[in-house]
Design a binder for this molecule. Structure first.
Ligand code: HEM
Length: 143
């Protein structure tokens, strides 16, 4: 709800723009990158036996910094949104989002360490689903 007398849309302040742009940019790399990599996998497999592993390692050098940037800017977000004023449904969504963030990181990490294709697939699925859930809940709490 707008507290201003006029119902005109207002621009976000510059610190808000920087904070949310960094958070969303990191989310595009962490979440979007997983889907782009998965979509390119059939082509990558055709490049040779070691190609999927090399591509996964190259992606990890981009995606893990993005994950840590999500955590850092996420803490910044949490401080900035004045959580003392949050409704119980906001708190619940935020709490579930934190569980998803941990599941996303843990699932992805275990995916990189898995020894069998089955385990690799299961952990990749957990990581991807938890990442999407964290993204959707992020939009819900920012809304
Ligand atoms: C996998 C990790 C994460 C993803 C994919 C993610 C994604 C998002 C997205 C897409 C938004 C919406 C931005 C907007 O619409 O302007 C958002 C908002 C938010 N995120 Fe995250 N996030 C992640 C981790 C975190 C962490 C670790 C925290 C807290 C420690 C956090 C706290 C927040 C808060 C408080 C908002 C609302 C910001 C606002 O209303 O200004 N996020 N997140």
């Amino acid at each position: 709800m707008h507290l201003l007398a006029s119902s005109q849309l207002q621009l976000a302040g510059s610190m808000t723009v920087i904070r949310l742009s960094l958070h969303v940019l990191a989310a595009t790399v962490w979440v979007g990158g997983q889907f782009v990599l998965a979509g390119m996998l059939p082509t990558i497999r055709g490049l040779g036996e070691g190609a999927p592993k090399k591509m996964a390692q190259a992606f990890g050098r981009l995606s893990w910094p993005a994950y840590w940037l999500l955590i850092a800017t996420g803490v910044w977000n949490f401080i900035a949104v004045d959580p003392a004023n949050a409704s119980s449904s906001w708190n619940a969504a935020f709490g579930i989002k934190m569980v998803c963030v941990i599941a996303a990181g843990l699932g992805t990490f275990l995916h990189t360490r898995a020894k069998t294709p089955k385990a690799r697939g299961i952990y990749a699925g957990i990581g991807a689903l938890a990442s999407i859930a964290a993204l959707v809940l992020g939009i819900a709490i920012a809304g």
